[in-house]
Design a protein around this ligand. Structure first.
Ligand code: HEC
Length: 470
């Protein structure tokens, strides 16, 4: 045994001599950090932990996923239902994505609340903003790779919204779709961005961000009546570290490790218990969905646009992210000195509360409001339909399969974007129903070119049977 450890030590000495690993790592671990950096400082490192988890699971998924319009849906189906650990991997990757958005959001709010973006850490803040934008970009591009109904229509709507923005709208929409319409080129572009381009940028910026964290030092927990003055801050900080600093490992880092491991355990448990999101139906361009719902962290923005009066919506699309982005980028330029403690920065506390309240309420509004259809409605049971054969039964089936039920409610089943059709037979004639289905209406797509005459007849027969006294 002794001989064995001696050999190991010898091997390590040789490796360390040729590579200088310990020279590189030891100062990182032992460097002094301010005392009292408590649990609120763990969210940045946890974001990094989850990012690594995403890289690992994403790479594993990429060994099976086929980024072509022909095979994408099937390959995800295969991953979910057949591949070894496939369902678990997809689940982890899905919940990991949400966790990353939540953690980076909390990290940004925390740095803002403790005034850590002030001198000399302005560049830490700016590189962090780039990472925040890149993370949202990963969410948006990843969603399309599922290549199911919901995924492709979310991107269609997203690009239509971008296309509505003034001046650069057309170019923006073309850039997103990689052409005039959604298709194979779009999927290739999204895949390249999702697996190569954006992750590459994230790696680079994480490196830069961490380098800055070490160079400028972790910000000390703010104290009331202790404003930042660029002239004296650095020498004060060095002196404080010298007198009261603690080594990064283990005094400060153990919390990062504990919390990071905890987060990963939660993600894996969610993946095991809830599993990956169900795949929607395979994409079918004949089924028009006017308003699919995007993943939750973009939902509030869709809701905001839906609640904006239509004439202003055009500008809100561009203006809102632009103003929000400019304020965040401008922050360290206009407020990089002075008090850091939240007790002396009431406007900062107010801003944070407002952001949380806005995203929260808009998210809930987005989930519940009428503008968002139900994408996975339960087919109408036979007790509601009243029969299991003939045109009425066929019509009921088409009502579900062709997406009518996504927008229309019957006897409590289905979405609420359009009017409830439980008793539409009382108020509409055969002719009115036919015309409506063929031509569509405000916020209802026209089905004239996608349904056969027989299918239209069956739908009309079914709708006519929806009366108060069936
Ligand atoms: C994207 C959502 C959406 C889809 C999908 C949709 N509709 Fe509609 N539908 C609406 C909206 C919104 C209205 C009301 C707006 C209007 O009158 O222009 C409406 C109106 C109607 C009406 C008139 C209701 C009345 O009270 O007069 C009928 C009938 C109807 N839809 C049937 C269908 C059928 C059948 C399908 C499937 C082939 C379908 N809809 C698919 C959104 C949708």
């Amino acid at each position: 045994m002794k001989r064995f450890t001696a050999i190991l030590t010898q091997i390590w000495t040789v490796i360390d001599d040729r590579t200088g690993l310990s020279e590189m790592v030891a100062p990182l671990l032992s460097h002094l950090v301010p005392p009292g950096a408590k649990w609120s400082y763990v969210f940045g490192s946890a974001t990094l932990f989850v990012f690594i988890l995403q890289v690992v699971t994403g790479t594993a998924l990429a060994t099976i996923y086929i980024p072509s319009t022909q095979d994408a849906y099937q390959s995800i189906n295969f991953i979910t239902n057949e591949a070894t650990f496939g369902s678990l991997l997809r689940g982890i990757h899905f919940f990991g994505a949400s966790a990353m958005v939540v953690l980076i959001g909390i990290h940004a709010l925390r740095t803002f609340l403790t005034g850590s973006f002030k001198f000399p850490r302005e560049a830490n803040w700016l590189t962090g903003l780039v990472l925040l934008a890149l993370t949202l970009g990963m969410g948006f591009t990843g969603q399309l790779l599922r290549w199911d109904q919901n995924a492709i229509w979310s991107v269609v709507v997203g690009s239509e919204m971008a296309g509505n923005s003034p001046v650069i709208g057309d170019q923006l929409a073309k850039f997103i779709l990689a052409g005039e319409t959604l298709g194979g080129a779009t999927l290739s572009r999204f895949t390249a961005f999702h697996v190569f381009f954006i992750p590459g940028l994230i790696f680079a910026f994480v490196g830069f961000h961490l380098y800055l964290v070490i160079r400028n030092g972790i910000s000390e927990p703010p104290e009331v009546g202790h404003p930042v003055d660029p002239k004296t801050y650095r020498s004060w900080y060095q002196k404080m570290l010298h007198e009261r600093g603690v080594p990064f490992w283990p005094d400060a880092a153990w919390r990062d490790v504990m919390f990071g491991v905890g987060v990963i355990i939660v993600i894996v448990s969610l993946a095991l218990i809830l599993g990956p999101p169900l795949l929607d139906k395979p994409p079918d361009p004949t089924i028009v969905q006017a308003n699919p719902h995007p993943d939750w962290y973009l939902l509030w923005f869709f809701a905001l646009l839906a609640l904006t009066p239509p004439p202003l919506e055009k500008f809100a699309i561009l203006l809102f992210p632009l103003v929000g982005g400019l304020v965040m980028v401008g922050l360290p330029f206009i407020a990089n000195r002075g008090e850091r403690h939240y007790k002396r920065r009431p406007w900062a506390v107010g801003a944070v509360l407002m952001i949380i309240l806005m995203i929260g309420t808009l998210g809930i509004a987005g989930k519940q409001s009428n503008w968002s259809p139900d994408f996975d409605p339960t087919p109408l049971p036979a007790t509601v339909v009243g029969t299991t054969t003939g045109p009425i039964a066929d019509g009921a089936q088409l009502f579900n399969e062709r997406g009518c039920e996504n927008c229309h409610r019957i006897a409590g089943y289905g979405g609420r974007r359009g009017p409830d059709l439980s008793t539409v037979g009382d108020r509409r004639t055969e002719e009115q129903l036919t015309i409506r289905i063929l031509n569509g209406g405000t916020n209802m797509p026209a089905f004239g070119s996608t349904l056969t005459p027989d299918e239209v007849d069956a739908l009309v027969a079914f709708l006519q049977s929806r009366t108060t006294n069936q």
